[in-house]
Design a protein around this ligand. Sequence first.
Ligand SMILES: [Zn+2]
Length: 416
Amino acid sequence: MISVVTQRRTPGSQTSLREANRGRIVDAVKKHGGLTQVELAGVTGLSAASVSNIVKELSGTGVLHTSPTTQSGRRAQYVTLAHALGLVVGVHFSTRHMRVALADVAQKVVAEHHVPLAKDHRADYELDKTALLVVDMLESVSASMKEVLAVGIALPAPLNSKHGTTSRSGILRGWDGVPVADVMRRRMNSPVFVDNAANLSALAELRLGAARGRRDAVFIDVGDGIGAGLILNGQVFRGHNGSAGEFGHTTIRENGPLCRCGNRGCLEAIAGGPAILEHLRPTHGALKLGDVVSRAMAGDPGCAREIADAGRHIGVAAANLCNLFDPERLIIGGELAKAGELLLGPIRHATERSVIVGDDALPDIVQGQLGVRAATLGAVSFAIDQIAVSTDTIGNNTSDTDAIGPDAIGTVTIVA
Ligand SMILES: [Zn+2]
């Protein structure tokens, strides 16, 4: 688990209590990506005066950064990690795209890049290219590799948390058996952390988007593949092996079409991007998923019908998910979600038909707020989560005063 690095002191002493409180504040800021002081008091259970003192102290030591904002029409202080602590990299590989974001530890993106990928691209080649691209992006903001504290990578496949590889071959061809974090760590000389893209999209929507403040929600990613990120009790749920949320491989037709995972009748094989394109090929020729969305929105009845049918299938599967987890909200993201109500309407209709809770307890079904950047931003958040910020203020006056020693600066270490 991630924890704030603190020096051991006598438990129960005034000093250890203050350190524990500093740790709680920094953890809360990391977890929420930024909060006002009032929100910090609510989240940590500390008094407004303690929060104010600790924030002042940690701003002085270069760990936290405050900026003025307004909340409910009143002036407030917005608290984030200090930008100067360093940079993190978030990378999202999908089957056809690679997105990279360079961000500071306050989650502010300072550079971003997008590259299309060939259909059956090879992991080693793409990881090489990514490392070179990151060097260019660092140069563009006058930074160097030394300032990169951690790298987060989102992959569109279930991952084996023990081996750091995809857990089922065939789902992401070209990546089978590749220990992604190890390979990338050697190229970047930085700690690298890998997770499933739907999990990281869910994390980003939880911190910055449509799931903010929700305890139980499901993010459904609909694009080339279909995946889900489960938010249970305010946290992303990864399951025993790290492969929870493989929603696209839920069987919805026992003898249905063969899926790339080797099973038959998976949701993805019926309602995923390649299936939609295949259904449209006889009437519309070779299209890309983005073309289907834009044509549907421009009134093409065939494209609109395909999206609606996909929505209906997703809704049936989502109802099963709702009956299992009883989420408050379903967030629909990924490339197909750009179709808005053309997709969401049929999902809502099918889900509501089969969910067993009463009409007054139905989950609301909304579009993701972060669009196709969700997994990249989630990879950034995931990387930030792995950084332990030292809140130690040795040599400082640690009593509840404004006095901050001039020689103390925030430091960071990585908890692997
Ligand atoms: Zn499958």
